[in-house]
Design a protein around this ligand. Structure first.
Ligand SMILES: [Zn+2]
Length: 68
């Protein structure tokens, strides 16, 4: 098919142009740590736990079942 060769040419050019953008996106992803909604960080052991292990809140801060 004729369009196959054309597509290859366009793909190569687009990939080259996108390389710097990709690097930018990776840097942003590392800096902005998305907070996962069904997890919490225990204020006693400072480990990230699934919400099912949330035992109680100490002064409003979450505590896991191991530390409660
Ligand atoms: Zn804990």
């Amino acid at each position: 098919m004729a369009h196959q060769a054309d597509g290859d040419d366009i793909d190569t050019e687009a990939a080259e142009g996108m390389d710097p953008l990709d690097a930018d996106n990776e840097e942003l992803a590392i800096r902005v740590m998305p907070k996962v909604e069904d997890q919490f960080t225990c204020v006693s052991c400072f480990r990230v736990r699934p919400r099912s292990e949330l035992a109680a809140a100490r002064n409003g801060d979450p505590v896991c079942t191991d530390c409660a």
